[in-house]
Ligand binder design. Structure first.
Ligand code: MV4
Length: 450
């Protein structure tokens, strides 16, 4: 097992990883930017190294500074968390060159799944159901038009380097294809310096359901059931739940088998997520694979009683998995509490938290790095806490979440949070019925403040 892990991240996920390391008897090294000098991950780690000024491209994304910090402190592994360098193939390779274990897949695996057209053709070959569309990239507008005509509109153009909706365009009729092509190409060139596009049939009103998987270094893989992440706004997830209210035992088995096939076909090592789109008839299609621990991993942990970070560290250290699949025994819902004003288009707010009360009690988990007196820096993402409610049934989980949201107090000059949004969600008819798709937020409006 590793003796010392450097955590190349900040915020709640850095704390989350440090906690598991402590339980495993592994020493920890925090890295931090000057904006985070008073952060809990710095205080809770055994050692801490300042790696630069507040902007992340000068600190949390500075590979040389992070590698130096690992070498100075004699860390034998680096956990990248999520975001920042978590899916950076170059970083994974550089860690390896320095004899530091990157807790995640090898560089080539990250590249293969990071290029969406390559990932898709890999999965097509492995017989994982994929959305009908081009085989690999499309080179010209006439080619795209020909294929779209054959499949029928609507179609969608996607950047192969994309993800998160960048460089993506829906096309509903042939006359709109050329403009969509030009703007998708320009956008992906600017964002990723890669303008490769592929084309798919557009799935109308789908659900986003992802399967958590784990693979070891010996070719074994297993699934840990699904998370429903359909409630998103501008490709940012707002809340997640498991099991999905749309799921059936039969569909879970089928999607689980497909996700395990996806993982074993590429000899996947580490924890990962296979994202699927599910249509109204419960057809499911591979969309993307994430090669990292995800923000929403705690809901899976809570319904299967399994520490994903612990198992992630174990497989990175070369320990075999049992290979058994896990099925939900409970219901869990996560609300992402962001420092954003839901009454003002989710505009980010930063500043000092002067008053904080975290909810607790039976079936409530709060993953957060904030405390009373903490100043939210403006440099990073706005998530300040994940509030998770766990119960025997979905109805009880909603009741617990409602109760916990009412207990949660985050106050400070100018600080707004998404707590009022989540309170309203817990009363929304479509949510309460579990009858929602990725289009849910398109028509959502905040009720007037009382
Ligand atoms: C799609 C789709 C419909 N049909 N592909 C959005 C981000 C990227 N990961 C893929 N996305 C989508 N791909 C086809 N063929 C609809 C979306 C999509 C979406 C997917 C998951 C969650 C939220 C979404 C919001 C808008 C569009």
């Amino acid at each position: 097992m590793f003796k010392k892990i450097l955590i190349a991240n900040r915020g709640e996920i850095a704390l989350r990883i440090i906690r598991t390391c402590k339980e495993m008897g592994i020493k920890t090294v925090a890295v931090y930017s000057t904006a985070d000098k008073d952060s809990l991950h710095v205080r809770f780690a055994d050692e801490a190294v300042c790696i630069g000024p507040p902007p992340s491209n000068q600190s949390y994304l500075q590979i040389p500074a992070i590698i130096s910090a690992a070498e100075i402190t004699n860390a034998d592994a680096i956990h990248p968390g999520y975001g920042f360098l978590a899916e950076n193939s170059k970083f994974s390779r550089i860690c390896k060159e320095h004899d530091i274990k990157f807790i995640g897949p090898e560089g080539d695996m990250i590249d293969r799944m990071g290029d969406k057209a390559t990932a898709k053709s890999t999965m097509t070959k492995a017989k994982v159901p994929c959305i009908p569309g081009s085989e690999g990239l499309v080179d010209t507008v006439p080619q795209a038009k020909k294929l779209a005509k054959k499949m029928g509109y609507p179609v969608i153009l996607k950047a192969t380097a994309g993800g998160g909706g960048k460089g993506m365009r829906e096309v509903w009729k042939e006359e709109d294809l050329e403009d969509a092509w030009d703007s998708a190409k320009a956008e992906s060139k600017a964002a990723f310096d890669n303008d490769g596009l592929y084309l798919e049939k557009f799935v109308v009103n789908p659900r986003h359901i992802e399967i958590q998987i784990i693979g070891d270094q010996f070719g074994n893989a297993a699934h840990l059931s699904e998370r429903d992440c359909s409630i998103q706004r501008r490709h940012q997830k707002l809340m997640e739940e498991t099991p999905s209210p749309f799921m059936t035992d039969e569909l879970r088995k089928k999607m689980g088998i497909a996700a395990v096939k996806a993982a074993t076909s590429i000899n996947y090592e580490g924890v990962g997520t296979v994202e699927f789109l599910v249509d109204a008839d419960r057809n499911f299609y591979f969309m993307e694979m994430n090669t990292r621990i995800q923000v929403e991993h705690p809901i899976t942990e809570e319904v299967i009683n399994f520490d994903l970070v612990r198992e992630q560290i174990k497989v990175a250290a070369g320990i075999k998995i049992s290979g058994k699949n896990y099925f939900p025994q409970m219901h869990a819902i996560e609300c992402r509490i962001n420092a954003e004003d839901p009454y003002k288009n989710f505009m980010p707010s930063a500043g000092k938290i002067t008053e904080l009360h975290k909810p607790g009690g039976h079936g409530i988990r709060v993953d957060t790095h904030v405390y009373a007196g903490y100043t939210i820096p403006p440099n990073y993402d706005s998530m300040i806490a994940k509030l998770i409610a766990i119960a025997q049934t979905r109805e009880e989980a909603i009741a617990k979440m409602k109760r916990a949201l009412k207990e949660f107090v985050v106050e400070g000059p100018g600080i707004k949070t998404t707590i009022p949004f989540h309170k309203q969600m817990m009363r929304e008819e479509a949510f309460v019925k579990g009858d929602y798709t990725t289009n849910f937020m398109d028509t959502f409006e905040m009720e007037a403040k009382k």
